[in-house]
Each structure stands twice: as C-alpha cells, then as structure tokens.
Ligand binder design. Structure first.
Ligand SMILES: Nc1ncnc2c1ncn2[C@@H]1O[C@H](COP(=O)(O)OP(=O)(O)OP(=O)(O)O)[C@@H](O)[C@H]1O
Length: 324
C-alpha cells in the first residue's frame, strides 16, 4: 500500500532517532502572505536515498533550503542529524554536503584551484583526483570556471558537494543540463556514496533518475505531499499493464473473467490491454489461457506502472478538480 501522507505524520511520532537522518513534521514555509509549503511530513532513514519530486513551484527547493538551515520554517518541526538545521547550521554544515541549484563559484579560478580552496575549507577532504576522474573533469582541471559549459559546472558542483565526505548529502536537481553520459557518471558517483552509507535527499525532474536511485520518494504538488512511500509501494499504487495482439481465430469471450478492478481495452490495430491491480495473478491467468488455446501472443508486454504515470495522475487529479 502506498503511504498516506497523513499516515506518515502519525508514523513520524514513532520515528527512531538512530535510524532517522531527517524528520519533518507539519512543515510550513511562507514568502510574505504566500504559503509555499503547506504542512509537509516525511522522514529520511539513515543510509537511504529519498527523492522529492514535484511540479514546478511545488515547494521542493523551499523544503530543501529549510532542511539545509538556509531558511527558518514558518511552522512545524524539522530535525536533521538530530539538530535544528536553522539554529545549528554551522554544526550541520560540518556533516552535510549541499549541492544547490545554482552555484556561486569564482569564475576566474581554475577547476583545480577551486577544488584546492574547497579542500582547505574542509576538515575531512577526500581524494579530489579520483572524483575529478569519475566526473569527467580531470582534463578540465586547468580551465577557468567561467569557461566551463553548464554541464561541466554542474559536475563541479557535485564534486565539491562530495569532497567533504559528508554523512548526509542534499542534491537539488544535480543532473539538470547533463548529457546522458555525464548523467550516468553522476549516478555512479551517487551509487558509490550510497554504498558508503551516505544518506541523500534528492530533488529532480527526471523521474527515471528517481526510479533508478531512490529507496523512497514523495511527490509534491502545490506545497503538499500528494504521495509518499517506498518506490515499490508507490509504483504498485497504480494499476499494472498487460498488453498483446489479440490472436486471430480465438473468441474474445474465451478470455478468463478477471476478478476485481480490471479494465479490459481493445486498442488500435488488434492490440489488447488489461490494466490490473494484481499483475502476478492476471499474468498467470493470461499465460494459462494462451497455453490452453495454443496461440502465441505477439507484442506481449507486462509491466508495473511507471513513475511517470503516477506523477501525471497526481497532477491531472488536481487539474480535474479545478475544472469541476
Ligand atoms: N523568494 C521568493 N519569494 C516569493 N515567492 C517565492 C520565492 N521563492 C520561491 N517562491 C515561490 O514559492 C513556490 C515554491 O517555490 P520552490 O522554488 O520551492 O519550488 P520548486 O518545487 O523547487 O520548483 P522548481 O521545480 O520550479 O524548481 C513557488 O510558487 C515560487 O514562486
């Protein structure tokens, strides 16, 4: 079952401090009279990657900045590594890495000079050469930052965020502007950090990125969490698909009668599709029916819903409500 955001609130009351890196309860943030974040609850477990997804202007960056200690909440409580991020900002920043949406580098410094400066500021610098190599910046080490492309700057942002060996990492749209190869390299860096036990909170507009990396996630819309839960639970909340070309010479009525809320649709060009809440059960039924009739099912596909579909359901539901 998908988590009900309200249920996460009551669950938060039982969140155990040792295994919880971030605990957010009824968070509200306003800009003047405009409330950008409207009562958000979630927690991030130690060692997991939690993805915060959402539409433009949903309140993701505002939430992230609050957790990073850059913004004081209007209401609610936030604990990050056991600290109040706003009050204990200095202490928090010794243990957490932050990759903002926009960086503020000195453009006249080279990549290597920027990295050295960063290392001097850090109490726990890590090996910059191997990180530069992994992020494809080694050959750009003597180039001035202002001469880097947008994607190279983004990779430098990530490099600096991981350089201090943080135990918690905030990543605000880390792969925006990266080409597919650089994005894959960035994901590998993230996977390596996860393997080292680093906790991460990621915002992204790339749903595939969240599907590839996240243990748990939430989708934010207009300041609220519309859904949250483990990746598996969120994906299972929408019906799965089974589709194939309906074989000729077999009567439609010979199909098994599917129990529960199964939609049966005939699409164009003989394509047949089931949308089912129980993929395993109905896949078994289709395979048995196919064997009994000794037919082959061309263009056969069976898959869970994608994050894309869940995302659109959240946004469309709201659009539908507005239109009514
Ligand atoms: N400094 C500000 N002053 C007034 N309103 C702001 C300010 N910063 C953000 N907002 C508003 O708050 C809302 C949430 O913005 P936020 O940047 O947190 O959204 P987001 O989910 O990160 O969006 P995006 O995906 O487009 O980056 C938006 O309506 C935005 O216009």
């Amino acid at each position: 079952m998908i988590d009900d955001p309200g249920a996460d609130r009551s669950a938060a009351a039982n969140v155990d401090d040792v295994n919880t890196a971030i605990d957010v309860r009824d968070l509200r943030c306003s800009y003047g009279t405009f409330e950008a974040v409207r009562g958000v609850d979630f927690h991030v477990r130690t060692g997991e990657l939690f993805a915060l997804l959402g539409t433009n202007g949903a309140g993701k960056t505002t939430t992230l900045e609050t957790l990073e200690g850059l913004r004081k909440p209007s209401a609610g409580t936030v604990r990050v590594l056991g600290m109040d991020p706003y009050e204990d900002r200095k202490q928090l920043h010794r243990r957490a890495g932050i990759m903002l949406q926009e960086s503020g580098f000195a453009g006249d410094l080279t990549v290597a000079e920027t990295v050295r400066l960063w290392q001097r500021l850090s109490s726990r610098p890590s090996d910059a050469d191997s990180a530069m190599e992994r992020l494809g910046l080694a050959h750009r080490r003597d180039v001035r930052v202002k001469q880097l492309s947008g994607g190279e700057r983004r990779r430098l942002d990530l490099l600096l965020a991981v350089l201090t060996k943080p135990e918690l990492l905030f990543l605000d749209e880390p792969t925006t502007g990266l080409d597919p190869e650089s994005r894959e390299a960035a994901w590998q860096v993230v996977r390596d950090l996860l393997a080292d036990g680093v906790t991460m909170l990621l915002t992204t507009h790339y749903l595939h990125e969240a599907e590839s990396l996240a243990h748990r996630l939430a989708i934010m819309h207009e300041g609220e969490l519309a859904v949250s839960g483990s990746l598996v639970d969120v994906l299972s909340s929408e019906r799965a698909h089974i589709s194939f070309d309906f074989p000729s010479g077999v009567a439609l009525g010979s199909l098994p009668s599917f129990a529960g809320e199964v939609d049966v649709e005939q699409l164009h060009a003989g394509q047949f599709r089931l949308r089912t809440p129980d993929l395993e059960r109905d896949l078994t039924a289709v395979v048995q029916w196919r064997s009994a009739h000794e037919v082959s099912l061309r263009r056969f596909r069976a898959h869970h819903a994608s994050l894309d579909e869940i995302f659109h359901r959240v946004v469309d539901r709201d659009g539908d409500a507005e239109r009514r």
